[in-house]
Ligand binder design. Structure first.
Ligand code: CP3
Length: 330
């Protein structure tokens, strides 16, 4: 999840001086920002500080992350020629800095903490590339998908090939897990997801020589399709109780989730109640990664996050302060 977000003062101090892509282009600084939430909260894993649009930069796309808006693309994709102009190359050539940050994080992080690398899902990244900015309805995307299916499939092939190389490069650089964030896949019906997206997600996930997490939000109707497309772990948002989601996904898979990030804006009693409810529904079954159902909201009090990590650690027999001490030791 977007865990660093804007909730940490130590992150905000750095962000006041540099924009997101310029942090990413400085591997030392990127590694520092990546480690901040682990250092502060004692979580089990570091999510590499990057964005799903970083590999698009490597594909030659002019994209900016506009504060309070999200990714904005200068020349949205509208034709076969636009798709053909996308560069598919090895990440060592196009976004070497992103791989170097992973090497530094893996070097500096205690071995019991996992490094989570990631890529955007093909539907979600195509959404930004075609719409040019965040969209609620994905009208342009659907117009291209239904109206020019050959162009759509060419775009998906290019993204799947570029992202497969990108995640393979991340694993070579030291990522222990790869998460595929197809955040907006839920905008499609089950049949359209199967026809237009699933095989490309499968291609990316299959190319990873490490455990994978497949995540989408607003996709209660798509859970079994997502699980069929791949992922050792299926990330679920907060809309379904986790035991029901797990039944749909299949008990042979692991699940990640599923506290609503907005609950963290409530009083502690509510937060504790919701966290304990999720843990009880997961029932101590192996293969539950406790997490939020989506990214940390910027207005979240970091002290609440630390307390939540402690609660989940205590409830599941893990010693969070000891994990933090192990981190500080390195
Ligand atoms: O801990 C982390 O921050 C992990 C790194 C991370 C970022 N983006 C950094 C980021 C990750 C995993 C992402 C993934 C990402 N980016 C997704 C998939 C996950 C999800 O949340 O659904 C998506 C859809 C994006 C696209 C994107 N980037 C959006 C919608 C925004 C928010 C725009 C805003 O200002 O509200 C971003 C910007 C962004 N990417 C931020 C961070 C920390 C926030 C602001 C900043 O510091 O500039």
């Amino acid at each position: 999840m977007r865990q660093a977000g804007r909730s940490l003062p130590e992150y905000r101090r750095i962000r006041a001086q540099h924009d997101l892509f310029s942090i990413c282009r400085q591997p030392e600084l990127c590694a520092e920002v990546t480690l901040q939430p682990v250092e502060r909260h004692g979580v089990d894993a570091a999510v590499i500080y990057s964005d799903i649009m970083v590999p698009a930069l490597g594909m030659g796309v002019d994209v900016e992350l506009v504060e309070g808006v999200g990714p904005v693309v200068a020349a949205p994709i509208a034709s076969r020629r636009d798709v053909e102009a996308l560069i598919v190359a090895d990440p060592e050539e196009t976004v070497a800095y992103a791989l170097e940050a992973i090497r530094l994080v893996r070097r500096d992080l205690a071995s019991e903490h996992a490094v989570v690398g990631f890529a955007g899902g093909p539907l979600t990244v195509a959404g930004y590339l075609i719409e040019g900015r965040p969209s609620r309805t994905f009208t342009r995307l659907k117009r291209l998908m239904y109206g020019s299916p050959a162009v759509w499939h060419l775009l998906m092939e290019r993204l799947a090939e570029a992202f497969s190389r990108y995640v393979a490069g991340q694993v070579r650089a030291g990522a222990d897990v790869i998460q595929l964030f197809d955040s907006w896949a839920g905008t499609l019906s089950v049949t359209d997801y199967e026809e237009f997206v699933a095989s490309y997600s499968r291609q990316i996930l299959d190319s990873v020589d490490a455990p994978t997490i497949h995540f989408a939000t607003g996709c209660t109707h798509l859970l079994s399709s997502l699980a069929r497309a791949g992922g050792d772990v299926i990330g679920v948002d907060w809309r379904l109780p986790i035991d029901e989601a797990w039944t749909v996904v299949g008990l042979d898979r692991a699940v990640q989730g599923n506290l609503d990030p907005a609950v963290l804006l409530a009083g502690w009693d509510r937060i504790e109640g919701e966290a304990r409810r999720i843990l009880a529904l997961a029932g101590g079954r192996p293969g539950h990664i406790f997490n939020l159902g989506h990214g940390v909201l910027p207005e979240t009090d970091p002290a609440v996050l630390t307390r939540l990590v402690e609660l989940v650690g205590d409830a599941s027999g893990r010693d969070a302060p000891a994990a933090r001490a192990a981190f500080e030791h390195t």
